[in-house]
Design a protein around this ligand. Structure first.
Ligand code: BTN
Length: 259
């Protein structure tokens, strides 16, 4: 079953000071990232939230596409204007806030697959896409795109059938999209304020990582390595120990978890 996103209900549930208070809602849009980028360039305040009920050209990391059928899932982009030193931490806060919101609502404890996929078991329930311009001519901006699979059935989509799940598939009942988004944004604001005051999300992010200790294949722009994901560094890079004992530091990329 699908139902249009209920904006007034979302507003009633929102407990934040700034995040989501300036809201741009699109029933259907190519990608919320594009709407957010335009509004950030035009001076939208930090905390501006773009939400769409459907994306026709949703984007994932590493040039992949992201499925957002109408009235089913959550597609949002948050505009932030952090100091440059917080950028790495923002990338940790986003999946953490999703984990907390999912856990509160569905009673399931998701994990994070490095760097910022949210997984239940081995399947992806949410993804995070970050785009930023911290030294362009305009005021610096960071866009935090979050796609959360709430009520669709990924088994209907050939390309993601094997790798994706949704809260409805996991719990057996409809997820409350408005409550979940309000909770995610609220938790994100809490983590963000704490980081601004020097409290890093790093340890909580690291503790949620399903990747550490696993045999992985890591891929990045033009390279790949296989080995044991030994740890993460404080700035979020993955340390992969290969069979010949070399430690490879992967700053950005993607991993596949091996058995
Ligand atoms: C990934 O895991 O590859 C990241 C997926 C990010 C998807 C979200 S949905 C809202 C926002 N708009 C987009 O086009 N992408 C992000």
């Amino acid at each position: 079953m699908t139902a249009a996103f209920d904006l007034s209900r979302f507003h009633a549930l929102l407990e934040t000071r700034t995040f989501g208070r300036n809201l741009i809602f699109e029933p259907s849009v190519g990608s919320t990232m594009d709407v957010a980028r335009d509004s950030a360039r035009r001076g939208a305040p930090a905390g501006t939230l773009v939400v769409a009920d459907e994306q026709t050209a949703g984007r994932g990391r590493l040039g992949r596409s992201w499925v957002t059928p109408p009235g089913s899932n959550l597609a949002s982009t948050l505009v932030l204007r952090p100091r440059a030193s917080l950028l790495r931490e923002v990338a940790m806060m986003a999946p953490l806030a999703i984990c907390h919101a999912v856990q509160d609502m569905a009673g399931i404890r998701p994990a994070i697959k490095w760097p910022n996929d949210v997984i239940i078991g081995e399947k992806k329930v949410a993804g995070v896409l970050i785009e930023s311009d911290l030294d362009g001519p305009e005021a610096p901006w960071v866009l935090v795109g979050a796609g959360i699979n709430v009520n669709f059935d990924p088994r209907e989509y050939e390309e993601i059938r094997e790798i994706a799940t949704s809260l409805r598939v996991e719990t057996g009942h409809e997820g409350d999209r408005e409550a979940l988004l309000a909770s995610y944004v609220h938790d994100f604001e809490r983590l963000y304020r704490a980081a601004e005051e020097g409290e890093s999300p790093f340890e909580n992010w690291r503790e949620r990582l399903a990747t550490v200790g696993r045999h992985v294949r890591a891929q990045w722009g033009g390279g790949a390595a296989e080995g044991v994901a030994e740890d993460v560094t404080e700035d979020g890079a993955l340390v992969v120990r290969t069979a010949d004992g070399e430690a490879i530091i992967v700053e950005a990329g993607d991993v596949t978890l091996r058995a």
